[in-house]
Design a binder for this molecule. Sequence first.
Ligand SMILES: Nc1ncnc2c1ncn2[C@@H]1O[C@H](COP(=O)(O)OP(=O)(O)OP(=O)(O)O)[C@@H](O)[C@H]1O
Ligand SMILES: [Mg+2]
Length: 407
Amino acid sequence: MKRDLICGLDIGTSHVRAIVGEVNIDNSLSIIGVGTSPSEGLKKGVIVDLDKTVEAITHAMDEAERMVGTAIPSAFLGIVGSQVGLINNRGVVAVAGADKEITEEDVERVLQAAKVIALPPDREIIDVIPREFIVDGYDGIRDPVGMVGVRLEVDAMIITGMITSLRNLYRCVERAGIAIEGTVLNSLANAEVALTRDEKELGVVMLDIGGGTTEIAVFQQGHLKNIAVLPVGGDHITNDIAVGLRTTLVTAEKIKLEHGAASIKAIGEQATIELPQISGKEARKVPAQDLVLIIEARLAEILHMAHEELLHLGYQEPLPAGVVLTGGVSLMPGIAELAEQIFQTTARVAQPGYVGVKSPIYSTAVGIIHYAQHTHLYEAKEYRGRRNAIPGFFNKVKSWFMDMFES
Ligand SMILES: Nc1ncnc2c1ncn2[C@@H]1O[C@H](COP(=O)(O)OP(=O)(O)OP(=O)(O)O)[C@@H](O)[C@H]1O
Ligand SMILES: [Mg+2]
């Protein structure tokens, strides 16, 4: 039986995660494969060691493939927002057919027209997102296919990325034997599973607090409006614990995950934590309160920085749907309450609603699959052998990009 599989690859600072989804007959998605590998080749979301990154991708993909029981030759990639720019642009075309009925090809052409912008030489287009279509002056159209008109316009958001860092990312994935089908901005991927349609309409801030980065995304009127990335995350908390409690990073990470909390209220006041013996030092007990104070201080700093960034972007008032937290650090007990104090609005932790991947650490990878399935990135196809490049969206973008510079 032919299976429609989509793989999402989230290459993060602390982990590489590969998730394989199967598209069911009713177009719903089942998660059938999950692979995770610790990642050591990235700093602050950017690749600094190619070999280590290739190794982590290979490992995560192998694990996912074993679960699925078949080779996964290609994947969609998440792109970190720090290297990314958002540009609004319009495209206009005349509707081609004699009967003036708008077809998929007209939509494709108008999106290409929107892509014709002057880009600095160090940037390339990652994605084009139509905000609305305008047919003969009537705006607010989400899907114009089948309508009748003469002039088709699109108001689109162009996402551009830094060529050098993207090239390194593509190179790592290709060296791991995986063809790239398309790329998705991490924030758009996360929003697929972390945010509701109402939240995006009303206005919401999404914070993805990972190992080395905190990605801030603002959605309003159903669309992504702004992104910003701070080079801080859960690894800084681990570092603080190691220094503050005089222990190793490995132990600090372990006790953070086992006993960590963002406020004293989330733990019993009498609780103590056992620190194992390290070179020359006896095993000892420390009050859990000491651990929580360290975590709370750094987490509050990260959230304050994110809030400052939001003010800087021009959002002086809290957005109506508040703050939604995702990424590994959002699992810290008490984080939503801390975010509520700092942002002076409601906050909740997001969870992808899929069996087996309910944790927010999977939001990006699951969101990549969702985004690929629900948008123009994914066309039903048969899986071919590994190393057999699939002419997907990535290649299309590449050729449009080349066209622009050749013409
Ligand atoms: N249960 C938990 N409680 C607190 N922190 C956690 C928990 N689980 C994971 N983390 C922390 O979350 C971080 C990893 O999150 P995530 O997997 O989202 O990062 P990443 O995507 O690899 O990194 P980035 O997005 O920054 O590139 C680590 O610092 C880890 O210690
Ligand atoms: Mg991440």
